[in-house]
Design a protein around this ligand. Sequence first.
Ligand SMILES: [Zn+2]
Length: 207
Amino acid sequence: MLTQHHIEILLCSLGECFSPRAMSAITYANIHQDRLAGQFGHDEFHFDNNAFDKSYAYMEEQRALTISSLHKKDALSAWSAFGRMLHTAQDFYAHSNYVTLWLSHFDGQTHPAPPEIDPVDPGLLHSPDLRSGKVYYPFELLYFVRSLRRYVLPFIPRDSHAWMNLDSPEQGFKFDYAMQAAMKKSRIEFDKTVSSLSQESVKLFTG
Ligand SMILES: [Zn+2]
């Protein structure tokens, strides 16, 4: 997802849960995952290249770091780890075909509105048809240059990030479903993380 959409998802889903200071640390860590060095060799940051197991493991590693940092009273490290975890959680809906599979339940009918999407349908999360976009270098780099996009796209396979992504509204109506799913999932991850914390740690975490 593009930076501004990660920010929008965070503010809409968790803006009321955190102090402005906590929110800005979480947001900084979240969007920093898309830095150039975070794009290469880090499929687990973004659910790219069908790295589902690695991405789930990365999320749990960052959740554990969030909790252990709070035990050490290190709120900044906790916010950073939580922001990194949410980046991965949010990218799942933009980089996989989850939204397409969910919408296919309604083939031949009117699609439900985007806020109706279930972000954790167990049948879809474990579906053999679930895929995420492969990153084909160097074509994928050229895809990011907007003026070259239409020239390189025909040379990139259909199972690529370039074709599959729901990173921005330009990708069509499914983008709104990816946004809503990412907002709901962010809230689910917040509730899950907080459920294992003492009242004192929750206070420190929420700032
Ligand atoms: Zn990303």
